[in-house]
Design a protein around this ligand. Structure first.
Ligand code: FE2
Ligand code: FE2
Length: 353
């Protein structure tokens, strides 16, 4: 994505400005993925922690059609999140636009965000199918297969939420599509596990937790709570798998993995919602670059920006030894990491959520 990088103020962003290129990227549905599948002839349990996680997952199954109360109203006439939960609403408020416009923009922005989570869920569904094939041990295959069922349920629940309540499924962000395809095309279980299970699952938990704390709609809260519980288990699988990989890796290999993790999340961070702003901004007289220039120049930009990263990904990577003093300054430079005390101060200043 190097050709899509440029500076906006002092911040380097990734932006897809060419509409025809974005269209072509979205239209490509077939992705060649060469990947070896493995037999496992040891049918007894070899990794007790994974077997326990698999058992936990079986007990925590739920039904997206019957366990969710779809009769709860959720529509554009209400604030489904607090005003602070929507970038567009905050910008429109600064622009002096009326509350109805702010509310409508917040509603569309959440539909956009849930759409991106939905597309991410589809990628997780496909990637876990690959892991079921590629993992070496039967415990890993069982767990990965159980996650396939979880991810199918997440695709189901988010697509129903969008179709029944939020009105529209927005197309996938080009930045997200490129990153997810990179993981789907990765040739090894190690990269797939690190990328999807550790980075993207961890990000999903962080984003969903933040969104749930800002939700004002009981249906949205309920759906997020249920999905988040499953995602926390998936992120735990990533840590259990990667702990064994990292233990066996040489210092050079560990450094490579550390740099790779940073590069994947830095690309996600560098988009700074430009894909969303490009799609929805024009409808609300909003100029994407001006918004990014304004937000990245805020004195507390890093404290706000780091929240989804610091929720699960940062502690898990530190725990694995894949976020060390070597790369920490880079994480801080792009606003993905601050001292925990600063986050706590920000959250307590915002009051109970
Ligand atoms: Fe999921
Ligand atoms: Fe997941």
């Amino acid at each position: 994505m190097r050709e899509h990088r440029r500076f906006v103020g002092g911040f380097e962003v990734i932006e897809f400005a060419d509409a025809a290129e974005v269209e072509a990227l979205r239209a490509r549905q077939s992705v060649p993925a060469e990947f070896d599948l493995r037999w496992a002839f040891e049918y007894g349990s070899e990794v007790a922690e994974l077997r326990a996680l698999y058992e936990k997952g079986k007990l925590a199954q739920w039904n997206a059609e019957h366990d969710v109360d779809w009769s709860v109203p959720c529509g554009p006439g209400e604030w489904i999140v607090t005003a602070e939960g929507s970038l567009l609403a905050q910008v429109l408020k600064l622009m002096g636009r009326d509350e109805q416009t702010q509310r409508a923009a917040a509603f569309e922005e959440i539909a956009y965000l849930i759409s991106q989570l939905l597309h991410g869920e589809q990628a997780a569904l496909q990637l876990c199918g690959q892991l079921t094939n590629g993992c070496e041990k039967m415990d890993e295959k069982w767990y990965a297969a159980s996650q396939v069922a979880d991810e199918a349920r997440h695709v189901e629940v988010f697509s129903k939420l969008l179709q029944r309540k939020l009105g529209e499924i927005h197309p996938i962000s080009p930045t997200l599509k490129i990153l997810l395809e990179m993981l789907l095309q990765a040739p090894s279980v190690r990269e797939k596990t690190l990328g999807m299970q550790t980075l993207f699952e961890g990000m999903a938990v962080g984003i969903m937790d933040l969104l749930r704390s800002q939700s004002r709609n009981p249906l949205l809260t309920e759906v997020l709570r249920r999905v988040e519980q499953d995602e926390a288990r998936h992120a735990a699988f990533g840590v259990l798998m990667m702990r064994r990989v990292v233990r066996r890796a040489s210092a050079d290999e560990r450094a490579q993995m550390e740099d790779w993790c940073f590069s994947v999340l830095e690309a996600l961070n560098a988009n700074q919602q430009l894909d969303m702003l490009a799609l929805l901004g024009p409808k609300y007289w909003i100029e994407p670059e001006a918004v990014v220039r304004m937000t990245t120049a805020l004195p507390n930009f890093a404290q706000l920006n780091c929240l989804p990263y610091m929720h699960t990904v940062v502690p898990n990577l530190k725990n694995l030894g894949l976020l060390t003093e070597r790369s920490e300054a880079e994480w801080r430079r792009v606003g993905m990491l601050v001292d925990r005390r600063e986050v706590e101060a920000l959250l307590s200043a915002a009051g109970p959520v």
